[in-house]
Design a protein around this ligand. Sequence first.
Ligand SMILES: Nc1ncnc2c1ncn2[C@@H]1O[C@H](COP(=O)(O)OP(=O)(O)OP(=O)(O)O)[C@@H](O)[C@H]1O
Length: 226
Amino acid sequence: MRPRFQGPLFTLRGIQFDYPGCGPVLRGVDLALAPGQRLALTGSNGAGKSTLLWLMLGLLTPSRGEIVAFGKPRRVEADFTEVRRRAGLLFQDPDDQLFCPTVLEDCAFGPLSLGWSRAEAIAAADHTLEQLGLGHLRGRVTHQLSGGEKRLVSLATVLCMRPEVLLLDEPTNALDEHTRARLLAILDALPQAMLIVSHDRAFRERLASDEHQLRDGRIAPLAHPL
Ligand SMILES: Nc1ncnc2c1ncn2[C@@H]1O[C@H](COP(=O)(O)OP(=O)(O)OP(=O)(O)O)[C@@H](O)[C@H]1O
């Protein structure tokens, strides 16, 4: 296994972004994520939190500013291939993450795309499903899962790729109390650094070590820090 990176995992400086034809969403975001840190990011609907996660993985390109990930400046698409291998994004909507016929195939998809052999990918998928207590879902048709099952399986698809950092976009959205507690226990036991976008205050308080707020396109001081 690759030794864990010791410096800041992500450093964002002066990130600006606007969607074509819309006003600016981000007006100069400065943010750093350290190894082992669990940083919560809050902000009202439309503040730009998901946009920021997408920028960090190179799925969008900032109009200004610098993204340093795993010690290297990342500017062009080719720079982000490595970033996407080492940082896993849990999408806000599990249906955006799950697109294969079965749970096992969805979990094996990421490792296969990293160039692992089929045997390695299936072993990683089975191991992760078992680790998360989801082994019984292995052969299920993904689109027939419940919302909570989809959320846990989508986390499994991310963890199968052994990411060093997790970017979590509203992980507790639409979960019942039981599944929410289960997700919290799973995440709390993980060693990875996390950037946790969540409107769920109690969840943030349980999981995160630090909190930032995105307001008016920038990181703003918190009225009530964790
Ligand atoms: N593809 C797009 N084209 C144009 N505007 C977009 C696009 N995607 C998002 N936006 C707009 O950018 C702004 C920021 O959206 P974003 O999803 O990043 O906010 P958010 O903080 O994650 O919101 P929420 O808490 O509701 O999930 C919103 O005003 C949104 O309507």
